[in-house]
Design a protein around this ligand. Structure first.
Ligand SMILES: Nc1ncnc2c1ncn2[C@@H]1O[C@H](COP(=O)(O)OP(=O)(O)OP(=O)(O)O)[C@@H](O)[C@H]1O
Ligand SMILES: [Mg+2]
Length: 494
């Protein structure tokens, strides 16, 4: 008997059909990947399974029984857990408080804290999650926040686990650890549904794949029937798959510095999060930062952007206006309740003197230029799919035309073609003389785009590589350097 059976699921949002008559089954104790372009309907389908949305048509069978969940609480009762594309943690609460939130309390039981803590500590060690229960969620990195969500699933003893793009926020070593956790789940006879844009994930851990395109199921296959090229084709359909843009070597005539940090140190909760850090952004150059999330990346951005002022050392800010694509698009970059159009022009209208008509014109132009898939620019931003929200932030910040760009995970959650588009945009920005800081957890992305690449570990830059060290003149990646970078990211400097 399958763990889940979708029967003719249709879900509409107004005119738009997000899920169109979808039927397939998910076998017990397998890893089942759901693939598809941004806006294909993946999250919608999983949100239906988890009781967040009601389908307009069709039904869902769980372990052979038809289930209609009125809310996620019902789904959780049925031992279904979901790790959402945008986490649902409360910033001001600790890890512990977030994990227990909504469980015992809803049943009116009194919590036995010592036992509970013991149980959670046991899970943390068992699954190698490296979390501190008393840490406040606002103080931990996105990848640690993800671990909190995983701990929540474990604590609730979910049997069916839904992961919506879990590896988008993880660096290579963390991805490995995540695969190990999934392997463990499988060995405990759990069933795992995984939404991802990374076909490497699929090749690594899937048993079966289902591909959605424009709301319809278009392809299904077992692990042994697939390869990356073929899968990409199924995902994009007839559209040309864009290759990673060719990035020529070129010597810039101007190498003026726009921002510079000299011996900058910063403490948070008495811990050093930046440690005598030196960093210089120059016009016409992409400066990449490699590192496991949580080693000072967000603090560098906060200092450069001017939000964090309590550092020691010197910050020379030679350019006033800075564009920022933040690591957390929902919390730091967008206003979910505002319309899509309003979000796009958010920073253009600060003096309130541009007419509404003109603003609409501007946002429509940007939407088409960046291929943001929207039905109506006056609908709430929150109604866009995750990848399309990311495109909104990226487009808005590039279009501000500032000389300095701080880009944190610019391709987080975007599909194959949109990733290639964003890469080409970053390169053309650099070619037109912009200074770019590129923070990413994707080493391939960093190596193919960076003119200089610094490795960040515990708030310190351990080493900076030049483009010529990263790649040969023919564009082949220097494997030895790659290995070196991976080691440095873990603090191994030998
Ligand atoms: N609450 C909503 N209101 C209106 N439209 C919505 C809502 N949620 C999703 N949609 C629309 O449904 C379609 C499918 O969105 P969904 O979030 O399922 O895509 P996705 O496959 O998860 O994409 P991504 O890879 O970008 O996360 C999109 O066109 C989206 O704009
Ligand atoms: Mg989604």
């Amino acid at each position: 008997m399958p763990a889940v059976e979708f029967q003719n699921i249709t879900k509409r949002f107004g005119e738009l059909i997000a899920n169109d008559d979808i039927s397939f089954t998910i076998k017990k104790n397998t890893v089942h990947c759901i693939l598809g372009e941004n806006g294909a309907g993946k999250s919608t389908l999983m949100n239906i399974l988890f009781g967040l949305y009601k389908p307009d048509e069709g039904k869902i069978l769980i372990n052979g029984f038809e289930k209609i969940f009125k809310s996620p609480l019902d789904a959780i009762e049925s031992k279904i857990g979901m790790l959402h594309q945008h986490f649902k943690l409360i910033d001001d609460f600790t890890v512990l408080e977030n994990v227990i939130l909504g469980k015992e309390v809803s049943k009116g039981l009194k919590l036995n804290f010592p036992d509970l803590k013991q149980e959670l500590l046991h899970l943390i060690i068992q699954y190698n999650l490296e979390l501190i229960l008393n840490d406040k969620v606002s103080d931990i990195s996105i990848s640690e926040q993800q671990k909190v969500e995983i701990l929540k699933l474990l604590y609730r003893d979910s049997e069916l686990l839904i992961f919506d793009e879990p590896t988008a926020v993880l660096s290579p070593i963390e991805v490995e650890r995540f695969y190990n956790i999934i392997g463990r789940f499988k060995s405990e006879r759990k069933t795992i549904i995984l939404i991802t844009h990374k076909l490497k994930d699929v090749m690594e851990i899937s048993d079966k794949v289902t591909v959605l395109r424009k709301g319809k199921l278009v392809y299904e296959a077992d692990r042994n029937e697939i390869d990356i090229r073929g899968l990409s084709r199924e995902i994009v359909g007839d559209i040309e798959i864009s290759d990673v843009p060719y990035k020529s070597y070129h010597m810039m005539n101007y190498m003026d510095t726009t921002l510079e940090l000299k011996d900058v140190s910063l403490k948070k909760n008495k811990m050093k999060v930046l440690d005598t850090l030196n960093l210089e952004l120059r016009k016409g150059e992409i400066h990449g930062i490699a590192g496991v999330e949580g080693n000072g990346q967000s603090e560098i951005v906060d200092v450069l952007f001017g939000i964090e002022k309590t550092f020691t050392g010197t910050y020379d800010k030679l350019e006033k206006d800075i564009s920022l694509v933040p690591d957390d698009r929902i919390k730091k970059g967008l206003i979910k309740e505002y319309s899509i159009g309003e979000n796009i022009i958010l920073k253009k209208d600060d003096k309130g003197i541009i007419s509404k008509k003109l603003l609409n014109g501007i946002s429509e132009e940007i939407i088409s230029k960046y291929d943001i898939r929207v039905n109506d620019i006056s609908s709430e931003l929150g109604s866009l799919s995750g990848g399309n929200q990311q495109k909104v932030v990226f487009a808005r910040e590039i279009e501000l035309d500032n000389t300095t760009l701080l880009l944190s995970h610019p391709t987080r959650g975007v599909d194959i073609n949109a990733t290639a588009f964003i890469h080409s945009k970053i390169i053309s920005q650099r070619n037109s003389g912009k200074a770019v800081l590129l923070i990413s957890s994707d080493l391939d992305e960093l190596i193919s785009l960076s003119d200089r690449l610094s490795v960040l570990y515990k708030g310190k830059i351990l080493r900076t590589f030049k483009q010529s060290e990263l790649k040969s003149e023919t564009g082949d990646v220097n494997e030895k350097v790659l290995e070196k970078i991976s080691k440095l990211m873990l603090g191994i400097n030998k």
